[in-house]
Design a protein around this ligand. Sequence first.
Ligand SMILES: [Zn+2]
Length: 98
Amino acid sequence: MKLTPSPYRGRSSTSAATQSQTTAPGFSNSNRQKVIAATGAPSTSRANQSIYHLRCGLCGHDYGCNGLDIKARLCPSCQSGAPGEPLRERGPMFDFGV
Ligand SMILES: [Zn+2]
């Protein structure tokens, strides 16, 4: 009989860091800005950061935000936040060595 609750759900999301991951898809910060997905594109405003696809929980605006700024991000559309970083529709795969 097998009742294994499969310790590995998805990829590595639940294994190592279980603390609130501000870059994890589904995370919403206190301003209701929600992480949709990592785009893998390099941030234009911060070195060594990549852009995440965020969506405003209030107005539904989609925009890009680097990983460091997610936690305190304000919607550029309805909360007077800084303009979003460019979002490129690229699919889930990363380009290695940009
Ligand atoms: Zn908004």
